[in-house]
Design a protein. Structure first.
Length: 349
């Protein structure tokens, strides 16, 4: 593998968190969120730009809800929109070429073997499995499908009609655990109190009306459409959704538990901060290789003088060969050790 540089996200490690309550009955999908099924679920925070606070707030509101039961992980999203359009009708098309809503799920948080799902206003979906993030050379498995997937779209306005009074479009998605458990710890659905890493993205293109239909605006300087906006639940600090370590934390609440307002934060375990510091060392080690043609065995070469306290706090060690490395640090309770290697996989032994 050619170890190219890995851009380091410019953001504080503060992923969003959400307490996902149990559903109290079956979901009849119609794309609408204003029904009793969703009453118990809190809205997420409004979506922000993928790069975070360094960019302006999105011009159109996006928010989501989540619930779960023994069969499904349920996601609903509402998107304010005065220009509701879609063109793609074939499953597994590259849906983000239209405006879309996207779901990303990493069940075990190791940044490998995770899911991506996209849907447009025509209720056309693209579902795929990522073996590794693209930065680590991992191919997408486009032929993988979420068997038993259920989806619906509701349009408050009219699709592909620039003369309509458009207000919003919303989606409902029921993701069966029978499919999602494939990459989950122990090959099973989550247990109450456990969390999975999840994020949502909304792709928004700049359009104009020509001959009574929406078309993407062309940048006269490039002759191509203007770049799309990416609005997300948990900001990435980089224009790249494939940094699973920065996705949000969704805790699955027990039945009958008082989860309070699910949008309120819950404290992350201390080990999550240890894992993040290992991830930052992985970025630096990969970038060291890109500059020097080798990995370093001196962690002090990977941090600035102001960051050296991190090495004292998490007490990492490193082993490096010509094209391999492994950095490790003890868990906060001393029971086990976390490892990260050159392809970004992070695990505990």
């Amino acid at each position: 593998m050619n170890y190219s540089e890995v851009p380091e996200p410019s953001i504080e490690f503060a992923p969003k968190t959400y307490i996902c309550k149990r559903a109290t009955g079956p979901l009849v999908l119609d794309g609408r969120i204003d029904k009793p099924f969703w009453d118990a679920a809190a809205w997420t925070d409004d979506f922000v730009d993928i790069e975070g606070d360094v960019r302006p707030k999105p011009s159109k509101r996006t928010r989501a809800k989540m619930l779960w039961d023994d069969e499904y992980f349920y996601v609903a999203a509402e998107m304010e929109e005065d220009e509701i359009w879609a063109t793609l009708t074939e499953r597994d098309s590259v849906i983000f070429h239209d405006n879309d809503f996207e779901i990303f799920i990493d069940p075990d948080g190791d940044s490998h073997l995770y899911y991506e799902f996209e849907i447009n206003a025509l209720n056309t979906v693209w579902d795929l499995l990522l073996v590794k993030p693209y930065r680590d050379g991992g191919p997408p498995v486009n032929g993988w499908d979420i068997h038993g997937l259920r989806t619906a779209v509701y349009i408050d306005g009219k699709l592909n009609d620039p003369t309509a009074q458009n207000r919003r479009w919303s989606v409902e998605v029921a993701l069966p655990w029978a499919a999602l458990r494939e990459c989950a710890p122990e090959g099973r659905p989550p247990m109450p109190g456990e969390f999975w890493r999840v994020n949502f993205s909304r792709v928004e293109w700049r359009v104009e009306v020509q001959d009574g239909r929406y078309v993407k605006q062309i940048n006269p300087e490039t002759g191509k459409p203007y770049p799309e906006d990416n609005w997300v639940w948990s900001p990435q600090g980089i224009i790249n959704m494939h940094y699973p370590e920065l996705w949000g934390y969704v805790v699955f609440a027990d039945e009958g538990a008082d989860a309070g307002d699910g949008s309120k934060a819950f404290p992350l375990p201390q080990d999550e901060y240890i894992k993040w510091e290992l991830r930052r060392l992985y970025y630096r080690q990969r970038n060291y290789y890109a500059r020097h043609g080798r990995f370093t065995t001196e962690l002090t070469e990977l941090v600035s003088a102001e960051e050296k306290d991190v090495l004292r706090i998490i007490q990492p060690t490193v082993e490096a060969a010509s094209r391999r490395f492994e950095i490790s640090a003890p868990a906060s309770d001393g029971k086990g050790i976390y490892y990260i290697r050159e392809d970004g996989k992070l695990w505990k032994e």
